[in-house]
Design a protein around this ligand. Structure first.
Ligand SMILES: *Cc1c(COP(=O)(O)O)cnc(C)c1O
Length: 235
């Protein structure tokens, strides 16, 4: 099932990219494995997945030692400052940085451990009240402020588009994030690159790829529906 799903998603990526005149090899598929057991991740690993996304620090730190060391772990969920110390040095990319204070904490911990941590700035493009992330207006300043911190490197932007049954409806938000990254890149801020655009999930990754996503985060489309249990707080 996971192998089949992966095959489908990869074929989709291939087809959409070719149609859009993009190199499919330039797209990173992140398998979002939150709430899924280690066996499911192992199955995806065996089918070639090396990038996994998790949104809870505790779940992430429990899974890391149980799986091969060549996996690139992506933190995609809201991150509390007091949890930063558990993940710095263990993850490839933190997608969800939306405040200077959080970046400062990542910087402090990275310097302490002698590592450089790659981060994305989370932008709430649609301005949804229920979502984290800075506004498009705030993003350039935040990037500039963070750029002087040692031990952290801004690699690009991330957004979570609104929930929709018609993914095409999110295209304007993806286009907006692309434009924002172009605007920020044009400022030529030292230590900052805008190479990574993390956008698109199971319901809207085709639109995100058409717009120019370099990283898509697919959970349900690979692992099937998530079971959040009775309290429904799995996010
Ligand atoms: C859960 C999650 C995803 C994956 O969502 P699906 O709809 O299952 O593909 C992607 N990005 C973030 C930030 C998530 O929390």
């Amino acid at each position: 099932m996971i192998r089949e799903n992966l095959k489908n998603v990869r074929e989709q990526i291939q087809a959409i990219c070719l149609k859009a005149g993009r190199d499919p090899g330039a797209v990173t598929l992140i398998a979002v494995s939150k709430t899924k057991p280690v066996e499911a991740l192992r199955e995806a690993y065996e089918a070639g997945v090396r990038d996994f996304g998790e949104n809870k620090v505790q779940e992430l730190t429990e899974k890391i030692p149980q799986l091969p060391p060549d996996i690139r772990w992506h933190v995609i969920g809201h991150l509390q400052r007091n949890k930063v110390k558990y993940i710095v040095g263990k993850v490839a990319l933190i997608h969800s940085v939306d405040s200077f204070r959080l970046a400062e904490e990542i910087s402090r911990e990275s310097v302490k451990k002698g590592v450089e941590t790659h981060i994305l700035i989370e932008v709430n493009v649609a301005g949804e009240e229920t979502k984290y992330g800075v506004s498009c207006d705030e993003a350039p300043n935040l990037v500039k402020e963070i750029s002087v911190l040692p031990g952290v490197r801004v690699k690009g932007l991330m957004t979570i588009a609104p929930y929709t049954v018609d993914g095409e409806k999110n295209r304007p938000y993806f286009d907006k994030l692309v434009q924002l990254s172009v605007d920020i890149a044009a400022k030529n801020i030292d230590n900052v690159s805008m190479d990574v655009l993390s956008m698109g999930m199971t319901g809207d990754y085709p639109a995100a790829l058409q717009a120019g996503a370099t990283c898509i985060r697919v959970g349900t489309g690979i692992f099937g529906e998530r079971d959040y249990g009775a309290d429904g707080t799995g996010r």
